[in-house]
Ligand binder design. Structure first.
Ligand SMILES: Cc1cc2nc3c(=O)[nH]c(=O)nc-3n(C[C@H](O)[C@H](O)[C@H](O)COP(=O)(O)OP(=O)(O)OC[C@H]3O[C@@H](n4cnc5c(N)ncnc54)[C@H](O)[C@@H]3O)c2cc1C
Length: 432
């Protein structure tokens, strides 16, 4: 029942993925202009053959169930694979499971028409298209009730007007799933809808592509689009999930998306720990290796404990998703994972940086990128604070108030009950 071992057959797949990543995928980041710039000749030359190898091995898009052409491995096996893939940003693209496409595919699979599935879902699953999820607005992201970007029906078309902020990958996407107010008079959670918008539709104006402040790069080379939708017209049938149902639809993608990020974060954190270990046994100071210093040993030990605790939480949550097949039932677990995730990566990457000294802070090592990524993980898909509240509310909703004035575990009452329960024993042998 309780088992921490991977079956040998799947372990062979994981070992294959590990070696394949090291030899074929990790080098890509140094030669590709951008992971998503698939029309580039270098991308076209190098990436599709690797994707074919992954398919041949049966590891393509393993987050998908058999109904969508996936192997139906489930979340626990996916977690183990994602731990490997988390080492390098290019890996999910080579293995067909990158965000936000994996989540967008889930939405279309659940809510799309046959035509949507042929036009958008199949190419996404085949790795022939990239997509974008356009929800956050410049005036606020944590509270979707604040969104104002709207769509009104004009004959057989929706006409979209408004702004969206941080629409990741919009510049490389063939279509966007946009969250828009369509029912302004409904209660707050039933005012918005999801609409598919092909990215060549007139009126989609990318005001700028925002990048992360660490990592340099020229302004405008970022991937998070600030978009103004101006009289963007799409067919009425591009609606996903019915009018006013955007909140329900978005939960389809966010539950899975959050846990998949966490699985990859285990991989990235493990990479930082491995680098810390290597440096500790390589670098000398005061006539001895860094690994001999107790304060360095403390960093190593704390990092391992951080990582393994988090990994167990992620695997247990994955197991519960497989077991219950109901994201609502594991909402609190996923929020717990989401809350823990940025801190674990931040702490381990920071310690690894510290152990590498001045080299650690340079662009010649990946630690500042990892730390920047930790902030990303604490914001995207909802900030940490919101998930703490979700978790707390889940736990509190199952709690029962005490019967009387004092807590049910109040020691005087427990002692009194014990004295009453064993009164005859105490009377018989109490003085012995
Ligand atoms: C790397 C990255 C990629 C992203 N990609 C996408 C994307 O593809 N599509 C998309 O639509 N969006 C995307 N986002 C946006 C993301 O969803 C928002 O950043 C997130 O929802 C938070 O919204 P905000 O940034 O407007 O912060 P705000 O809503 O302004 O919140 C700021 C801060 O206020 C605090 N806070 C907020 N709410 C509460 C609360 N209830 N209780 C206590 N404190 C609170 C938190 O500290 C929070 O960080 C991405 C973000 C990042 C960082």
């Amino acid at each position: 029942m309780w088992d921490f071992e991977t079956d040998p057959e799947y372990q062979a797949d994981l070992d294959w993925a590990d070696a394949f990543l090291r030899e074929e995928v990790e080098p890509l980041q140094y030669v590709l202009p951008h992971a998503l710039q698939k029309e580039h000749p270098i991308w076209q030359e190098l990436v599709p053959p690797l994707q074919r190898e992954v398919r041949a091995r049966g590891l393509w898009a393993t987050h998908l169930g058999p109904e969508l052409g996936g192997p139906g491995h489930g979340q626990v096996k996916l977690a183990l694979l994602n731990e490997v893939l988390g080492r390098t940003p290019m890996a999910p693209i080579v293995f067909g499971c990158q965000a936000p496409d994996s989540g967008n595919a889930e939405i279309i699979a659940h809510y799309g028409t046959d035509e949507h599935k042929a036009k958008y879902l199949q190419p996404l699953l085949n790795g022939e298209m990239f997509s974008c999820f356009s929800m956050t607005e410049p005036q606020g992201g944590s509270d979707p009730k604040e969104f104002t970007c709207s769509a009104v029906l004009d004959g057989d078309e929706w006409v979209i007007n408004g702004e969206k902020w941080f629409s990741s990958n919009a510049r490389y996407a063939e279509f966007l799933i946009v969250m828009v107010v369509t029912e302004p008079d409904n209660p707050p959670y039933q005012r918005q809808s999801m609409i598919i918008v092909p990215s060549d539709t007139p009126g989609i104006n990318i005001l700028r592509n925002v990048g992360h402040s660490f990592g340099g790069g020229e302004p405008g080379r970022g991937t998070h689009a600030y978009i103004r939708y101006e009289n963007v017209r799409v067919p009425k049938d591009n609606l996903l999930g019915g009018r006013g149902n955007a909140f329900v639809v978005s939960q389809t993608r966010l539950g899975g998306g959050r846990i998949h990020h966490a699985m990859r974060t285990v991989g990235m954190s493990k990479r930082a720990l491995d680098m810390m270990l290597e440096r500790a046994v390589s670098r000398r100071t005061q006539g001895e290796l860094l690994s001999k210093k107790q304060l360095v040993q403390e960093m190593v030990a704390d990092s391992w404990i951080d990582l393994e605790q988090f990994r167990l939480l992620v695997l247990r949550t994955a197991w519960r998703i497989d077991r219950y097949k109901d994201y609502k039932r594991v909402r609190g677990d996923i929020s717990a994972v989401k809350v823990a995730m940025p801190g674990v990566l931040h702490r381990i990457a920071s310690r690894a940086l510290q152990v590498h000294g001045s080299l650690g802070i340079t662009e010649e090592m990946p630690f500042m990128d990892m730390i920047s990524n930790a902030y990303h993980l604490g914001l995207a898909d909802g900030p940490t604070e919101v998930h703490k509240v979700t978790l707390a509310r889940t736990l509190l909703s199952n709690a029962k108030p005490a019967d009387g004035l004092f807590p049910s575990m109040h020691i005087p009452a427990a002692r009194e009950a014990a004295l009453a329960k064993y009164a005859d024993v105490l009377e018989r042998v109490g003085d012995a």
